[in-house]
Ligand binder design. Sequence first.
Ligand SMILES: Nc1ncnc2c1ncn2[C@@H]1O[C@H](COP(=O)(O)OP(=O)(O)OP(=O)(O)O)[C@@H](O)[C@H]1O
Length: 251
Amino acid sequence: MKMDQAASVISLQHISQNFTDQHGQLEVLAEIHADVRPQEFLCLLGPSGCGKTTLLRLLAGLIKPTSGEMVFPQGHPPSIGLVFQQSNLMPWRTVLDNILLPLEMRGIPHSEALEQAQALIELIGLGEFTHVWPDSLSGGMAQRVAIARALIQDPDLLLLDEPFGALDALTREKMGAELLRIWQARRKTVVMVTHSISEALLLSDRVLVLSQRPAHVLLDLTVDLPRPRGEDVRYSEEFQHMARRIRSAIQ
Ligand SMILES: Nc1ncnc2c1ncn2[C@@H]1O[C@H](COP(=O)(O)OP(=O)(O)OP(=O)(O)O)[C@@H](O)[C@H]1O
């Protein structure tokens, strides 16, 4: 086993993904060669419709690749927590009961589950909203609940598909900072799809830039900006340089 493989949670080797629909065959991913490393915050960027969600679904084990191999150097596929653009909370369950749902479905005793859920509610800063219904939450709050619901299963890998895409710019920035705080507290491996170059550079350790469909990896960029990354980091020479590299790769 090569060194870079041993150091990864998932290694994607020459992955291709085709779909067949009424118009025929659609080649979505072509020869994706990449890895996901333990405890890193990895962002996926690329043009609209290039196959980012498809790649996330492959990582989640929801679909099987048409060709190529997914290797799990740690001996087993990682357990997964998933968060989408919409929070998909159940409107008839309170914040607490939404977060408890995955443990309820696994038959975990209520007292044990409750303790974990309450710790997570504190972590996402919604202690006062424990017994509130989803329709009285803001979009940002609902996404925090969705993140807590994904974390309650203590997944090895947290997959986020444009989790802040439906939020306004200011809330989106706050949520990014919030997610970083949670990531640092729980030390999960995170893979996040985003359309925003600056969001990727502010949050991640590494950015994979995908090409137009059929997508391959155009750029694998290590974001070695020091943390915490405050507002002023955006104006630094390194930040601007990386943003330019990503932009020109996509163009
Ligand atoms: N199950 C499927 N069957 C047929 N086509 C599919 C299927 N899943 C995805 N596609 C197609 O694959 C292409 C890539 O979709 P995908 O959602 O992965 O892209 P994306 O980069 O996440 O898009 P966006 O940036 O708009 O969110 C699209 O053309 C989509 O219609």
